[in-house]
Design a protein around this ligand. Sequence first.
Ligand SMILES: Nc1ncnc2c1ncn2[C@@H]1O[C@H](COP(=O)(O)OP(=O)(O)OP(=O)(O)O)[C@@H](O)[C@H]1O
Ligand SMILES: [Mg+2]
Length: 496
Amino acid sequence: MNNTFLEIKNISKTFPGVKALSDVNFSIKKGEVHALIGENGAGKSTLIKILTGVYQADDGGEIFINGKKVTLKNSLESLEKGIAVIYQDFSLFLNLSVAENIGMGLEVEKKKKFFDWKNVRSKAKEALDLIDLDIDLDTPVGELSIAKQQMIAIARSLVCDASLIIMDEPTATLSKEETKILLSLIKKIQKTGVSILFVSHKLEELFEVADVFTVLRDGNYIGTYPANQIDEKKLITLMVGRQIFFERKTRKIGDSTLLEVKNLSKRGNFKDISFSLKKGEILGITGIVGAGRTEMMEAIYGATSYDSGEIFIEDKKIVIKNTKDALKNKIAFVPEDRKNLGLVLNKTIEDNIVISNLKKISSKFGKLNFDLKFKEAESWIEKLDIRPKDCQLQTKKLSGGNQQKVVIGKCLSTNPKILIIDEPTNGIDIGAKTNIHDLLRELADDGMGIIMISSDLPEVLAVSDRILVMRKGKITGEFLGEEATQESIINKAILN
Ligand SMILES: Nc1ncnc2c1ncn2[C@@H]1O[C@H](COP(=O)(O)OP(=O)(O)OP(=O)(O)O)[C@@H](O)[C@H]1O
Ligand SMILES: [Mg+2]
């Protein structure tokens, strides 16, 4: 018996000026969890778009499903042939109920004119039972958490009888606990014989579920490796072409205090937060998701309000009511959820980078200096290693990770004194991570004060001069970077 569900042969994809994929060959077995990995821009999302009919491969490529050659001209054709994809935005109807959203797939599948609501409800219930999700069928999907919405999207692909479910960085927006739930769900789905193609930059979580790893590098197929015959170190070398280490570097920090926060509180979110940040210091803030880290930083940045407490910048008390106040005080914030924030996808990399900072590149009379504009963009493309290095490329043509780097560049281009950066390397490949770490150190060496929120402990330990640990809205621990260990941090984050 042939247990291969999908086989691709000589798949290439050429965009004007870029060969995103060159002669990729591999197959996915029935009931297999198949990890697809590679650096930012390696071609992962492009391959997924070919499998889901969004893009057509170059001539000469072949796709076989259950041994039969197929063409996938659009997403409906892919779905009919058993390939479903969970998009980053889940493509759900937020104002419709859970049952309606799940049933939608079912009814579209049958191309019926009228919905058979009784059938929809019972099928939706079956799908939810299958994935152990206890949610009222009548809840509008918009009221659910992101993690639950993702589950609904998965349930919808299950009722469509998908044989292969593709997930492109499904855990990028999930907390550690939510990720755990998703991973165990994946194992459960796998037992029903459905295959999963899973893209992620987090090797640790992939090792928990993947049977095999396929590695892409610069659009080339490097190989497929059984999970029990390879380790993280080898995979990184295959992806990046070299070994990667996170190194601690001892840095000199200034004496003057840039930011001081005193007894900042917000009911239900955080309580009595006091800390300071020196010129040139990188302050790491960590804790499990839900500890109140992001909420607290949003308040300092003026994205939300606080109930009481004081904020001082260079010993001057300031009031931050909104993000404009923050900008005036030279505080910049790079949010965790960069996908929904900040990029004008039809505009070029250059336009996006300078957009919040037109003054810097204009003459006294407000006339745009195109030379300065270009230079400003070039310098961030260089520092952040945005690929391809082409100022004039529309940002929608960049890979996900490179889009994220543009958002970071746009924010840094405002010359902040204080930078608050939330999960700086979420969605960024392991090689580019060290690059961002070096950049943060460089900026701090030039006098910027940096607050880095991160759940990635190796990152926190490598980059922070000082570390604050939060738990349930309070600061529960403080360490000097060189003294902290994973264990000591986890202790303060969970126990205490
Ligand atoms: N519509 C497009 N037009 C031109 N080039 C494109 C287009 N879409 C993708 N590319 C290019 O194809 C290459 C592969 O991009 P892809 O999005 O597949 O990478 P990826 O492996 O998913 O990376 P990431 O981990 O950053 O999401 C990149 O060089 C990207 O700039
Ligand atoms: Mg991608």
